[in-house]
Design a protein around this ligand. Structure first.
Ligand code: ZN
Length: 303
């Protein structure tokens, strides 16, 4: 927002002598304006992981903001500026940030761009690759290691710090994995069934032995729309399977999910973090905090 305001002001004053000091004043918001190595992430999950690995050694920002749907982002002029200034670009890949492709025609940009999900076994649903890899802490460990590798490659002076902080966070992710498993174990086995708003929790469901019954938006993307027949089929399933709750997400309008919950008499949890993280201070602004927050809500609703 601030960035956009600065750009607007800049263009208004284009040619005026004020341009230079204004550009400097807006520098911080572009990331790296403080002289530190500038890391640019495409998603809030990658941004949060990069912050852990970067510590104070680098500045980190994301093209996407918390609470925003990542499935329909388009590259803005501000994004392009941030891309050109970044020392390293960390992308999720798996189709989630395909909008980056046009920027990668530039060789310099391509050389500083790393896909942090490389090495993860990608799940498929209806033939499509599932980009929501961050819903399994073991996948997150791979992302952290890739991020440490990318930062070290582009900013070797700070490699020791990047590697140390990454190693500590890998341990934290193992702890979180055990805590989540214990929470899911506390749910009676017959209740371990998930109906979600869109198909964003497949990795979580697989990791912890839950069963995916269906999604209100039967797609890996939020851009699809359910038909009346889709909704009717899902409602039948919810009743037949005696599903205890429908899980909607903080970044997605829960309107249809709420209606399905009402029609089937099932409770709705409308604030899981599917594609996004929490606001700063919520406890879910980190990937480990987000995963635990989700697991607690799921356990509470299905017990
Ligand atoms: Zn999604």
């Amino acid at each position: 927002m601030l960035f956009r305001r600065c750009t607007g002001l800049l263009s208004m004053l284009m040619g005026a002598i004020l341009v230079v000091p204004l550009a400097a004043a807006c520098g911080d918001d572009e990331g790296g304006g403080d002289g530190r190595f500038a890391v640019l992430a495409t998603t809030v999950q990658v941004e949060a992981l990069a912050r852990v690995v970067a510590g104070d050694a680098a500045s980190v920002r994301s093209l996407l903001k918390p609470g925003v749907d990542p499935h329909d982002h388009e590259l803005t002029a501000g994004d392009r500026k941030a891309i050109s200034k970044a020392g390293v670009i960390l992308r999720n890949g798996i189709g989630l940030d395909a909008y980056l492709e046009s920027a990668l025609e530039d060789r310099g940009t391509k050389e500083k761009t790393f896909t942090v999900t490389t090495g993860i076994t990608i799940r498929k649903a209806d033939g499509e690759e599932d980009p929501h890899v961050w819903q399994n802490p073991l996948n997150v460990k791979v992302m952290v290691e890739n991020i440490a590798g990318a930062l070290s490659a582009k900013d070797p002076a700070n490699e020791a710090g990047y590697r140390d902080r990454a190693a500590a966070y890998l341990q934290r992710l193992d702890e979180v994995d055990r805590e989540i498993a214990a929470l899911i174990e506390s749910i009676p086995p017959e209740n371990r069934k998930m109906v979600t708003n869109h198909d964003a929790f497949g990795y979580f469901i697989e990791r912890y032995g839950l069963r995916f019954v269906g999604a209100v938006i039967p797609s890996l993307s939020t851009q699809a729309e359910p038909s009346a027949k889709d909704i009717a089929t899902l409602q039948d399933l919810i009743k037949r399977e005696n599903v205890k709750a429908i899980f909607a997400e903080s970044s997605l309008d829960p309107k249809i999910a709420s209606q399905v919950a009402k029609d089937t008499g099932v409770k709705i949890v409308d604030d899981l973090y599917g594609d996004s993280l929490g606001e700063p201070g919520s406890g879910a602004e980190t990937v480990d905090g987000m995963l635990l927050a989700n697991a607690r809500k799921i356990a509470e609703a299905l017990r």
